[in-house]
Write a new protein. Structure first.
Length: 591
């Protein structure tokens, strides 16, 4: 990743290693970034081992189009099951976890990496030996931890990024063709181009309505170029706009029909029990109104009373916190570029017109997207994922030949290794390990209730087991998973009381059989919030329950619930804190 003197061989070697990490290693990493990677990606919706679809996909809400989970989860798994002659519903939790991730990783390379490569090369005016290597913008993109981790997971933000980058790429490529020699056989802004723009806009807006915030500057740049160009190779403006509108309307109509049928089918099936035939969308409209998921999502998110349930943040969180969480030192480079602060040598050559245009469009996209998203009080880092391409382009523009390159490179490597370790290996990783174990090594402990307390939402599809019979489901119906999230101790005790029902007669003497037990899954870090009783045996505040340690999973880091670590304790090492413990809770016998 050297901007000046590195050889093409070195850049290709670095890039190849980064691609291997993204496609082969990242899909297997246990880190749990955010529940939406499972619950909005279709895995829990279609393959979960319970009867409750995620709330966004329930008919009374209908906030999410079924298009993204079909594209990122269902289609890759369908292809995988067809290749290996497997029934779709016989796939194990590990397969449902990894296959969509690999598909997203490959798609990110073909859509994001290739696009940024093309537009970067298109803007270069000099063809030197260095240009045969991998562009710096591509290396910045490929080495960013959001590209390695988040673009390889079925977030709705991932597909939004694909759509933003696809539109960015074709618009920039077409507009910059105005400065190239005439090619009568390749007219600009032709019908095919207009149809592509309309289709991408429809796919993006039905993926996430925030897509409009990121592409508004891109579309304005396109409109400005179409109005002011004088090339005889270009189609008339109204002609191109008409085809864009028609293709957008046609694609949107198909998605609306698919969503409406999907939610109508869910309503019909909920009259009995929740099941879903993934291969069929042959449900009539019946009395259901037309479902417009972008409008539903926009209406829901425009009400602060709704956003309170997901957490409210200061308006500056995106600009001063989330940008740095995702992009670290590259954020500072982008902010410097807004004020034209030179990072290069004193000569600081004037940029070629094409490169200057590309940089300006990227900067405008960053500013407009950041400002629009900051208007909402609910702000999460993943919302900024579509900016990754624009940030890499701006970084490429400012860092080539920069004096601070060596310092930036050092910070960039440390930052991305640290965040990749945090979110890829540590963050809530015990939840993934434990749910996989429920469906495999710990399946013999069923039927049982598994209570998750002070963890991220446990994805039940991970409890699916490999099965020899390819026509049978692999969910163990004896398992129940109850998510208590960050509930209080009082709520936990109420659940224990209702599930175990330890009455006085059951605890009267030793000869009475012990009541059925359940499994409680909690981070070791919060044990001292229960009782300072050591780590092999918990007493649960002296209540009527026995709580014995079974096993633990890790590494596991709970950043959302992080009490102080008591280093003076002699009964565990520091590594023992970063585990997710499983405890068997049963009624206590009275002597």
């Amino acid at each position: 990743m050297m901007p000046k003197s590195s050889s093409p061989l070195l850049s290709w070697t670095v890039y190849t290693i980064l691609l291997i990490v993204r496609v082969i290693i990242a899909p297997f990493l246990p880190g749990y970034i955010h529940p939406d990677e499972f619950f909005q990606g279709g895995q829990e919706l279609w393959f979960g081992c319970d009867s409750t679809p995620p709330w966004e996909f329930q008919p009374q809400h209908a906030l999410r189009s079924v298009l993204p989970p079909i594209a990122m989860t269902w289609m890759p798994l369908r292809l995988y099951s067809w290749i290996f002659r497997r029934s779709l519903m016989s796939l194990s939790g590990q397969e449902v976890l990894v296959i969509p991730r690999m598909a997203c990783a490959v798609a990110s390379i073909l859509l994001v990496d290739v696009t940024i490569w093309k537009v970067t090369r298109q803007c270069e005016t000099m063809h030197s030996e260095r240009n045969r290597g991998v562009p710096l913008s591509v290396l910045l993109l490929a080495s960013a931890w959001p590209s390695i981790l988040m673009l390889s997971r079925p977030f709705s933000n991932t597909m939004e990024t694909f759509c933003v980058v696809a539109l960015f790429g074709i618009v920039i490529h077409e507009c910059l063709q105005l400065d190239t020699p005439k090619q009568p056989s390749s007219p600009l802004f032709d019908t095919v181009f207009a149809i592509r723009v309309g289709i991408i806009c429809a796919l993006g807006i039905f993926t996430r309505f925030t897509f409009a915030f990121f592409v508004a500057p891109i579309l304005l740049f396109l409109l400005y170029t179409m109005v002011h160009q004088r090339s005889h190779r270009s189609r008339p403006l109204l002609y191109s706009l008409l085809w864009m509108f028609l293709s957008f309307a046609a694609t949107s109509s198909l998605i609306i029909i698919m969503d409406t049928k999907y939610y109508q089918g869910m309503l019909d099936q909920q009259k009995e029990s929740w099941t879903l035939d993934l291969a069929s969308f042959k449900v009539p409209f019946s009395s259901l109104e037309v479902v417009l998921t972008p409008l539903n999502a926009l209406h829901y998110n425009s009400q602060i009373s709704n956003l309170k349930d997901h957490g409210l943040h200061p308006r500056w969180t995106h600009a001063l916190v989330n940008m740095f969480v995702l992009y670290g030192p590259l954020t500072l480079v982008a902010y410097f570029s807004f004020f034209e602060i030179p990072l290069n040598t004193s000569t600081f050559p004037k940029q070629p017109p094409k490169e200057s245009t590309l940089k300006l469009v990227s900067q405008t996209t960053i500013v407009f997207g950041l400002a629009a998203l900051s208007a909402a009080p609910h702000q999460e880092p993943r919302f900024l994922l579509p900016m990754v391409t624009c940030l890499a382009i701006v970084g490429n523009s400012l860092l080539k030949g920069a004096r601070v390159w060596r310092y930036f490179l050092l910070l960039w490597i440390i930052f991305n290794v640290a965040l990749l370790t945090l979110y890829g290996l540590l963050h809530q990783a015990g939840v993934v390990y434990s749910t996989l174990a429920i469906g495999s090594s710990m399946a013999s402990r069923t039927p049982s209730l598994w209570i998750y307390w002070r963890t991220y939402m446990p994805p039940t599809f991970l409890t699916r087991r490999s099965h020899q019979s390819f026509d049978e489901t692999v969910c163990n119906k004896g398992n129940r998973i109850l998510d208590l999230k960050g509930s209080s101790m009082q709520t936990l005790l109420q659940i224990l009381e209702s599930e175990l029902q330890c009455d006085a007669s059951a605890m009267s003497d030793l000869n009475t059989p012990i009541a059925s037990s359940l499994q409680m899954v909690i981070p070791h870090l919060i044990e001292k919030d229960l009782v300072p009783a050591g780590w092999q045996q918990l007493d649960l505040l002296g209540s009527a329950y026995d709580c014995s340690f079974v096993t633990d999973f890790g590494p596991h880091l709970t950043t959302e619930d992080f009490p102080s670590i008591d280093m003076t304790s002699s009964n565990r090492s520091l590594s023992g804190y970063f585990r997710l413990g499983v405890y068997e809770v049963s009624c206590k016998r009275k002597k």
